[in-house]
Write a protein that binds this ligand. Structure first.
Ligand code: DX5
Ligand code: ZN
Length: 225
């Protein structure tokens, strides 16, 4: 049985009340907290870093799903482990030595994720799947919350799930960008099982209701399978 996991992205939370926002989605049932770190080099924007993650660690015990949109992430793996990351995802495009970075993450006892931008082909994963716990498929170009889902990504998700099944690999597929109740079924049907949602959970009030709505759709889907 595949696990279906919601990972709300705090990038769209209200930073003046970040702790409360995270607590609310946690109590509503979200299993992960998605933490987008941006360096202004790999992506145009700069978001936040270690001190924010460290402070949030006191608020929730949920899995910290840290998505590093930074150049040469191997410089900071230890630092993100120290501030409370449980799962660290690096972009294949940002690592000269991807295999080494994944080993570093695993050696620290954490889970590994490899992220691919929309235009990056799946063959980038060919030789690292043995060290990968989760593949993050970007379904928008990374850098900002609130963008529109790129429809071509549905076929990419399905192709990745087929490839993993063919090789008998039980690896999570996380989708990130533009996911809402309107297209959640589409990405689930295609084979995604870890769902990032930023604006769909945090953009307005009613975080509890919005979290539950996403979780409800995922539960229904799991029952139908
Ligand atoms: C985008 C980030 C996403 C973002 C998703 O670069 O990686 O995690 O917060 O936001 P939505 O769900 O609003 O597209
Ligand atoms: Zn993200």
């Amino acid at each position: 049985m595949r696990n279906y996991i919601l990972s709300p992205s705090i990038l769209s939370a209200d930073f003046t009340r970040l702790g409360q926002d995270v607590r609310e989605t946690d109590e509503a049932g979200a299993q992960y907290i998605h933490i987008d770190v941006m360096d202004g080099a790999f992506v145009p924007s700069i978001s936040f870093g270690m001190p924010v993650i460290k402070s949030l660690r006191a608020v929730t015990r949920k899995v910290f799903d840290v998505h590093l949109m930074i150049e040469d992430p191997q410089r900071y793996i230890q630092a993100f482990a120290d501030c409370g990351a449980d799962l660290i995802t690096v972009h294949a495009e940002a690592c000269t030595h991807l295999d080494r970075v994944l080993s570093m993450i695993r050696d620290l006892g954490l889970k590994t994720g490899v992220a691919l931008n929309p235009a990056t082909p799946l063959c980038m994963l060919d030789h690292v799947l043995g060290k990968t716990d989760m593949v993050l498929l970007m379904t928008v170009n990374p850098g900002f919350g609130g963008q529109k889902y790129i429809p071509e990504m549905t076929a990419k998700i399905a192709a990745l799930r087929a490839l993993l099944d063919e090789r008998g690999l039980d690896i999570d597929i996380e989708v990130d960008g533009g996911i809402s109740p309107a297209n959640l079924d589409t990405v689930l049907e295609a084979g995604a099982n870890v769902i990032v949602a930023g604006s769909a959970v945090f953009a307005k009030d009613e975080i509890t209701e919005r979290t539950k709505k996403m979780l409800g759709i995922m539960e229904e889907f799991a029952k139908r399978r």
